[in-house]
Design a protein around this ligand. Structure first.
Ligand code: HEM
Length: 343
């Protein structure tokens, strides 16, 4: 697939858009007409072709603009990227994982040449060429995690594995659904999940942690999570809430189709070889209601999910205020026909 990179913004004038191809390959997250939290983890083996699951790390038409948006966020707030001192080795592991995957999966865009620990990295879309010594931080312009995640779409948490738990000891977090790395850094799996309603009592987090502790280097896994965001904004952090929170109140019956976005996170899980840390990339996809409703089966299902969602989840996800407008917009697309399980 030849990629054309959109020139677009995720703030200010919000010129973000999805091509027809991007809409067709959007990772619609609902496999039935209702939604509740569950341990929805599955293997991430690659494929099908053209889907966002085809490659280890999906590179799409938003790549260059997303990286520009990340740089803007980091300039304003360097604490969106943090790595506790013991996590540097995990940062190198992550750099290796991403560089080898991108060079293998997108050879026209990325190249990696290795002669022992002398590495040569070429990133054509961003115009970067770097020769460096693997595991020698003095040969990169910044730490290894920061270096590679400034060139990879999505957020990245690096979890240290110790005492039977996972600890959020490093991360590059600039496109989060209203949570803060600066607040969560150093917390464990149960602590950073504490604000989530219902899931703890359902046993979701105990089961999920047990699963993640057993993940090996041989197989990566994935899950989808979702929320709703007004305007195509990547940086919906608590730190910048005064900039985007008030935008929720600007949605009307006339503009809800274009201003209300379904925000889907493709989350993957990778055991890292040297550090034994777990890498947790969180790739964000945005599509507005108008674009989603070009696919009749998505429109029908989204209407049912939004209409019937537990109010505690709508409140936690931050869209309770606009839920009636969303449901009213989607209702005419629902002809009442039965849907079959699966996406
Ligand atoms: C939400 C991190 C894995 C289920 C969250 C939040 C964070 C987070 C920071 C936001 C909490 C807040 O409101 O402050 C992570 C990390 C993971 C991980 C770093 C990797 C180890 C999982 C897994 C599950 C899960 C395996 C399995 C079910 C959830 C759910 C929510 C959540 C259900 C609420 C999301 C929503 O309603 O939008 N996670 N998580 N997480 N997480 Fe995780």
């Amino acid at each position: 697939m030849t990629l054309h990179f959109n020139d677009e913004t995720f703030r200010g004038d919000y010129t973000y858009f999805n091509s027809a191809t991007a809409i067709r390959r959007f990772p619609f997250p609902f496999d039935r007409d209702s939604y509740m939290y569950s341990v929805n983890i599955e293997p991430h083996p690659g494929g099908p072709a053209g889907s966002p699951f085809e490659h280890a790390f999906d590179v799409d038409e938003h790549y260059v603009s997303e990286m520009r948006d990340r740089a803007i966020t980091l300039k304003a707030d360097p604490l969106r990227c943090q790595s506790l001192p013991h996590m540097e080795l995990a940062g190198w592991d992550l750099l290796e994982l991403i560089m080898t995957a991108k060079a293998r999966d997108y050879p026209a865009l990325f190249e990696l040449h290795r002669a022992g620990d002398r590495w040569h990295w070429i990133n054509r879309p961003l115009g970067i060429e770097q020769r460096f010594t693997f595991l020698d931080p003095a040969t990169l312009p910044c730490g290894p995690m920061e270096y590679i995640t400034r060139q990879a779409q999505g957020d990245f948490a690096l979890l240290d594995a110790r005492d039977g738990n996972l600890w959020m000891d490093a991360g590059m977090i600039t496109s989060q659904a209203d949570w803060s790395l600066d607040f969560d850094v150093g917390m464990n799996f149960f602590e950073w999940h504490a604000p989530v309603p219902k899931a703890g009592a359902m046993g979701v987090f105990h089961k999920a942690l047990k699963f993640l502790n057993a993940v090996t280097q041989e197989q990566s896994y994935r899950r989808l999570n979702w929320t709703m965001t007004v305007n195509p904004r990547l940086d919906t952090s608590p730190e910048t809430y005064p900039q985007w929170g008030p935008e929720k109140r600007t949605v009307t019956a006339e503009n809800v189709g274009t201003r209300q976005f379904l925000r889907v996170e493709l989350q993957t899980f990778w055991r890292l070889p040297r550090s034994n840390a777990l890498a947790f990339p969180i790739r964000c996809y945005l599509a507005n209601l108008e674009d989603l409703c070009t696919q009749p089966k998505w429109a029908r299902r989204l209407h049912r999910v939004m209409r019937d969602l537990d109010p505690d989840l709508a409140e936690y996800k931050g869209f309770a205020v606009n839920r009636p407008l969303i449901v009213d917009y989607l209702a005419p697309f629902d002809d009442g026909a039965p849907t079959s399980p699966g996406i």
